[in-house]
Design a protein around this ligand. Structure first.
Ligand SMILES: *[C@@H]1O[C@H](CO)[C@@H](O)[C@H](O)[C@H]1NC(C)=O
Ligand SMILES: *[C@@H]1O[C@H](CO)[C@@H](O)[C@H](O)[C@H]1NC(C)=O
Ligand SMILES: *[C@@H]1O[C@H](CO)[C@@H](O)[C@H](O)[C@H]1NC(C)=O
Ligand SMILES: *[C@@H]1O[C@H](CO)[C@@H](O)[C@H](O)[C@H]1NC(C)=O
Length: 335
């Protein structure tokens, strides 16, 4: 009798052991009240695992860990622009050392798909004379913005007692993964996004360091089960990475990296634009129309052909029509 009870139990065990996921949505949902955009990932079963961040759901606050494992609060997110702003650390009270001095400032693993954008003005505090001999464009003059910051910021008052401070704009020749503070350079820093140097201090934005993330590719897969959270996709060979497989969107759909979804191609939208970014995925609406029109045109031309032997047979006409329909519906007749 025992034997007959096993199959349903086995089924139940198999069902329960399936990884717990919400079918058909790869986004992580909310961190408290803050939406977490794709591809950012706060858990192992959502988002893209290359884009890990942390969530404190009690305070609805997201954090990005630096290479050294120090969490930096994310103060804003722009999923369309693929950008986020993190809060730079303050200086340790009554000193001019950044709170992240022991980890040599902000550093992000260059293997991760995040980097520092070129929109940041970095103010370097308590610098050594070494900064004066750098070849890179760095401003350590007496009217540098760093003095404006120090003179107007009570918590950075100790920085005023040391003479040298500098500023530079990110981008240029600077490394896009690190704002370095160290004993041979500067001991502290502050950062502002899109700072207009002409503005009085009272009009400066809140401090921030802007980062961006790389466009996420379709999720990788080994079997079709791995693609169950991406509706309208198929586990297929990755055209840009031989030997790898990805959940590529089916025909008539395109990969939208901002939503982590295979969006439907619309008339004049979607596929045509996205084709360049994700080749070999679906057909643009305009391309489908063109191919259909060409197929119908060719068929009509063949039927009108004066010479009888050049006219297509009924079988050929039927095949042509089937092919035209398959182009419209996006089903490959050969699969
Ligand atoms: C969130 O709040 C709960 C209950 O107050 C507490 O047990 C938990 O440790 C908090 N989590 C964090 C990350 O602070
Ligand atoms: C500035 O940095 C020097 C080390 O170069 C340190 O000795 C000094 O205490 C720092 N100044 C402040 C105000 O923290
Ligand atoms: C340094 O920055 C100040 C303030 O923005 C600016 O007036 C000055 O021209 C800059 N100096 C150099 C050498 O770039
Ligand atoms: C950051 O990465 C993006 C692509 O992900 C790239 O276009 C951009 O040039 C990089 N920025 C810097 C400053 O390296």
């Amino acid at each position: 009798m025992e034997k007959f009870k096993m199959p349903p139990l086995l089924l139940l065990v198999m069902f329960l052991s399936l990884p717990y996921t919400v079918m058909g949505d790869m986004r992580c949902g909310f961190c408290g009240k803050t939406p977490v955009p794709y591809p950012l990932s706060t858990r192992p079963n959502c988002g893209d695992q290359a884009y890990k961040i942390k969530c404190d759901s009690n305070t609805s606050t997201l954090y990005l860990d630096s290479k050294a494992g120090v969490p930096y609060m994310i103060t804003s997110l722009n999923s369309k622009a693929q950008r986020m702003v993190i809060r730079p650390p303050d200086v340790i009270p009554n000193t001019c050392f950044s709170q992240d001095f022991t980890t040599e400032g902000f550093q992000i693993d260059d293997a991760l798909p995040f980097n520092i954008t070129s929109s940041n003005t970095i103010l370097l505090l308590n610098c050594t004379d070494n900064m004066l001999h750098l070849q890179v464009p760095i401003n350590c003059s007496a009217n540098c913005l760093c003095h404006t910051y120090i003179n107007n910021t009570p918590s950075a008052a100790a920085c005023g007692k040391v003479s040298l401070c500098c500023s530079f704009r990110t981008g240029g020749s600077q490394n896009a993964y690190i704002i370095r503070v160290h004993a041979n350079g500067c001991m502290g820093y502050q950062s502002y996004v899109n700072l207009d140097p002409g503005l009085p201090f009272a009009k400066w934005p809140a401090p921030g360091l802007e980062l961006m993330w790389a466009t996420p590719p379709e999720p990788s897969c080994k079997t079709k089960l791995d693609c169950r959270d991406l509706p309208f996709s198929k586990c297929s060979p990755d055209p840009s990475n031989a030997g790898q497989k990805r959940c590529l969107c089916k025909k008539g759909r395109y990969w939208d990296p901002a939503s982590g979804y295979c969006q439907k191609c619309g008339r004049g939208t979607g596929c045509k634009y996205h084709k360049n970014q994700t080749p070999a995925i679906g057909y643009g609406a305009s391309q489908v129309e063109l191919e259909t029109m060409k197929a119908i045109g060719d068929l009509a031309a063949a039927c009108l052909d004066e010479r009888r032997q050049n006219r297509p047979s009924m079988k050929e006409v039927a095949d042509e029509i089937e092919c035209v329909i398959s182009i419209i519906t996006g089903d490959d007749p050969k699969t």
